[in-house]
Design a protein around this ligand. Sequence first.
Ligand code: SAH
Length: 346
Amino acid sequence: MIDIKHLTFPELQNFVVSVGFKKYRASQIARWLYKKLATSFDEMTDISRKGREILKETAEVYNLKIVNKEVSKDGTVKYLFELKDGNRIETVFIPERDWNTICVSTQVGCPIGCKFCFTAKDGFTRNLTTSEIVDQYLSVQRDVGLENRISNIVFMGMGEPLLNFENVKKSIEIFTDDRMIGLSKRKITVSTCGIIPGIRRMAKETPRVKLALSLHATEDETREKLIPLNKKYPIKEIMKELKNYPADNIRRIMIEYLMLEGINDSTEDAIRLSKLVKDIPVKVNLIPFNPYPGSPFKTPSREKIEAFQKILWNRGIATFIRDSRGQDISAACGMLRGKNKRTLKQ
Ligand code: SAH
């Protein structure tokens, strides 16, 4: 059985031809799945009953199951999805004034082990399939309704997207193909902790997609303590890679910088950060640390974060403070999953 949402458009064409349909049927099926958000072949009424039977015998439309949903006062919705094998992942819908964004997961758990991250605590289970990535978008779009159209996707949920490159790339093809979901590549951002081979592949294979780097520290000693993988891919090497990434002032690279009190929030850090990025078209996003029960870090005061921001602005670096959305729901990464697991065990 083929999971139909694994297929890019050319693959879908090959598939329909292989089961005896004319090629144009691929457009029809894609329209049902991606524009009309159909959840079964039975809904595809412009395909004959016999045709639908053939489809059902050879392929499946696999849909994620919503097992929990928390709606914040600010409109942010956090979804907990269950996969076929019982694993659970999170997706967040973030309404902005002029557009809507979703934050998708790419792995069950994560192998990187960042010290400040809640998801890291559970370790790594497996990569998500293309279909599981794509269906986070479809399921959320269906749930919030087509009047709240999702235009932006950030790969900033659970997992390290560049360690699941093939499936992330295929999902981007489905997200951006006009015959399928049809979003603009500029509105898709892939966030990485700095997997150099993955950044190189993005430069070649998904060049117009936006890149975000979770930097979080300005010298290797501190970064290594926060993100163990920094030993393999140190700051200088990553920066060299960013210089080679296709970017300009319109398509800037996003530098994410988590603010941790007493660890990376000093004036010297701000100055070092400005030097690290000075030859790269970047936009810096300062992310106030999102605490979770038992977390070993503290969030700096708003004044401290603004002072840090100001140093960067004064040195010509466009720097923004990411406002934390959904503060009244399970806001920090992985928290909804954690909470529900605890509930199940009790
Ligand atoms: N693995 C990818 C994408 C997933 S994490 C990456 O590292 O970029 C998305 C972002 O959330 C990263 O910048 C990550 O460092 C940040 N993050 C993780 N835990 C956080 C927390 N408790 N508070 C705020 N940001 C956090």
